[in-house]
Ligand binder design. Structure first.
Ligand code: NAG
Ligand code: NAG
Ligand code: NAG
Length: 446
């Protein structure tokens, strides 16, 4: 029943291109490519020219911690609300996500941007009138000026589809609430609106009509400074942007900093799903996340003694999830203990040093003769795919200049693992959502 409703909703969405260079008639689109911008790069609207490299590393570490809180809320099946007594305020001064996506919203179009987030179910942005809004670098969106903005009513298909929707009574307007568990939250109206994406490949734009969004009238972000005005939700749940575009293939490729500045996300026929040898299964997890089937981890050819039950999801525990808004991979407790021990054994010629910022669990002094070419080979064994972690995806130079393992323990609720973006650098990540496949292949991301 629910899936029939969702199907007819998706079928109503029309996709048109309006190439800027010519006035061609509306054509249906099979695929397109949108640019992703690292939040700390000069092209980013969040770029801070005064931030040092050490500042940026500390920020990304804190964003990883903030992200854990959000995931814990997500995995708690939303039984926490900021109105309930179990809600904990633990301010953290960075909002999550390393990559942002520019887009236009409304009719006439207004430019905005949001965090590229495969762990969010709803695309939302701050909206006028503000009951409470945080400062942003561009004017706050005013839906009253848009001809294509339409609030959803309770009981409608849109309201029933939207993640986080709340209805005070059956005849009221449909509201939503999302908590980030660090004191940040957004609340507002569920609505449909036209979302326009700039196609980086065709240099035209793609207008997506009747896209479900959250228009946030009460928003708190505990970030100091100017966070992104909202989030682009790309999870597998029906109210995400990906699910509303009926092109069930998505890929992205993020170069490491020294390899280039051009990152993009591709949809539909433009998505790159690499060959069978690079594929593993995408599990249909109950949280609408991108869940992987990880069988084990080895260090220098020796499989670590980690029980399969740590990576498999049983009931609402365990599991391994890809996430575009987590920087450093966060391992479940049992996996982390074995992994750290395995790394220390493999590097027993060197004495670990403490990370001055307390972000990374295992660091080695650069001056002790420690070099990347003597570090052990780490392989993640996904079902049907052995995925080695390159040095660039494993180690990071911390703010003191020491080399640290760029992975950490998933603290708090520590029974699941999040596979973060640092470990996905220089990798084409392709999702084939119809066939439940994810492909991971190293290559240049141009
Ligand atoms: C990326 O951009 C920065 C700043 O514009 C530039 O200094 C750097 O060389 C670029 N990196 C690459 C690999 O092109
Ligand atoms: C692997 O771990 C299990 C549970 O912690 C333990 O019982 C077993 O002895 C370990 N096996 C090896 C070979 O260390
Ligand atoms: C989440 O909550 C819904 C409704 O309250 C319930 O049907 C579902 O089984 C829950 N899922 C998990 C993983 O606890």
């Amino acid at each position: 029943m629910a899936s029939t409703l969702i199907f007819s909703l998706v079928a109503l969405i029309s996709i048109i291109t309006v190439p800027s260079s010519m006035s061609s008639p509306k054509a249906s689109v099979k695929g397109f490519e949108v640019r992703l911008i690292h939040r700390d790069s000069p092209a980013s609207p969040l770029y801070n020219p005064r931030a040092t490299r050490a500042d940026l590393i500390k920020s990304s570490g804190r964003r990883t911690i903030a992200r854990q809180n959000y995931f814990n809320w997500l995995m708690s099946n939303k039984t926490w609300s900021r109105y309930s007594s179990s809600y904990v305020w633990a301010p953290i001064d960075q909002s999550p996500g390393d990559y942002i996506m520019r887009f236009k919203v409304g009719t006439p179009e207004v430019e905005t941007f949001g965090v590229f987030d495969t762990g969010s179910h709803l695309t939302w942005l701050q909206c006028e009138p503000c009951e409470r809004c945080f400062s942003q670098t561009i004017p706050i969106y005013n839906p009253a000026s848009s001809q294509s903005y339409e609030k959803a009513m309770c009981g409608s298909v849109v309201c029933n589809t939207a993640s986080g929707a709340r209805c005070p009574n059956p005849n009221s307007e449909c509201k939503y609430e999302i908590n980030y568990m660090d004191g940040s939250f957004t609340e507002g109206d569920v609505a449909t609106e036209t979302v326009t994406l700039q196609d980086d490949g065709l240099s035209g734009s793609i207008s997506l009509q009747n896209i479900i969004i959250g228009c946030g009238h009460s928003n708190v972000d505990t970030t100091a400074g100017y966070p992104a005005p909202g989030i682009v939700g790309l999870s597998r749940q029906p109210s995400s942007l990906v699910s509303q575009i009926p092109l069930h293939r998505v890929s992205y490729c993020i170069p490491s900093k020294d390899k280039g500045n051009h990152s993009s996300v591709r949809f539909g026929s433009a998505a790159v799903i690499t060959e069978e040898e690079t594929q593993t299964s995408l599990l249909s997890g109950q949280y609408g996340l991108y869940q992987l089937s990880l069988e084990g981890i080895s260090i220098d050819g020796t499989l670590l003694n980690i029980s399969r039950s740590v990576f498999d999801m049983t009931g609402d525990r365990g599991g391994v999830f890809m996430d575009s808004a987590t920087t450093f991979t966060l391992l479940a407790f049992d996996a982390f203990i074995e992994f750290k021990l395995g790394m220390m054994n493999a590097l027993s010629d060197f004495k670990p040093v403490t990370d001055v910022d307390g972000l990374f669990p295992l660091c080695y002094d650069y001056h002790s003769g420690f070099r990347l070419d003597i570090t052990p080979e780490i392989v993640f064994h996904f079902t049907g795919l052995d995925f080695p972690l390159g040095d660039e995806n494993t180690w990071i130079v911390n703010s003191e200049g020491n080399l640290c393992l760029a992975m950490s323990l998933n603290e708090g609720s520590s029974d699941y693992t999040i596979f973060g973006m640092y470990q996905q650098q220089n990798v084409n990540v392709g999702y084939d959502l119809d066939n439940n496949i994810v492909s991971l292949k190293y290559g240049d991301c141009e």
